[in-house]
Design a protein around this ligand. Structure first.
Ligand code: THU
Length: 133
C-alpha cells in the first residue's frame, strides 16, 4: 500500500468539502483492493446537526457503489490543522460495522503529521448486532 498516495487522495478530497460554518475541511479516502479510491468530505448545513463527516460520506459512498468490506484496504482522514483529525465517535461506530476492523485507519494533517491505527484500537468494546442477541 502506498500510504502517502492514500493520504494525498484524502487531502485532495478536502477540496470537495462544504464547510461554510466550521471552515474546517476534512477529507477522507478509502483504498480498495483493485487500487482505486473512494473519496469523501464533510458536508455541513445551516441546521448544524444535519452536517455529515467526511469519513462517513466516504464509507456510505463505498456501500452505495456495492463495494464489500473485504475489498477495502485502508482509510485516510485528513485536515489542514495542527492536530490529527481523529474520527469522531459516531464515525467510529459507523465504520466499525462497514469497514474492516483490522485495516489501517490513517489520520494525517496536510503538514505531514500522521498516525496509523485501526478501528479495533479506536473503538474498544464495540456495540454490534450481536450485542442485541
Ligand atoms: N468532521 C469530520 O468530517 N470528521 C470527523 O470525524 C470530525 C468532524 C467535520 C464535521 C464538521 O463539518 C467539521 O468537521 C467540524 O466539526
Amino acid at each position: 500500500m502506498n500510504e502517502l498516495e492514500l493520504i494525498n487522495k484524502a487531502i485532495e478530497a478536502q477540496k470537495l468539502s462544504y464547510s461554510p460554518y466550521s471552515h474546517f475541511a476534512v477529507g477522507a479516502a478509502i483504498l480498495l483492493k483493485d487500487g482505486s479510491y473512494i473519496l469523501g468530505a464533510n458536508i455541513e448545513n445551516a441546521s448544524y446537526g444535519l452536517s455529515m463527516c467526511a469519513e462517513r460520506n466516504a464509507i456510505f459512498q463505498a456501500i452505495l457503489k456495492g463495494i464489500k468490506k473485504e475489498d477495502m484496504v485502508a482509510i485516510a482522514i485528513t485536515a489542514d490543522a495542527n492536530d490529527l483529525p481523529y474520527p469522531c465517535g459516531a464515525c467510529r461506530q459507523v465504520l466499525s460495522e462497514l469497514f474492516p476492523l483490522d485495516a489501517p485507519v490513517i489520520v494525517a494533517t496536510n503538514n505531514g503529521k500522521k498516525l496509523k491505527s485501526s478501528l479495533k484500537e479506536l473503538l474498544p468494546c464495540i456495540f454490534t448486532s450481536e450485542s442485541m442477541e
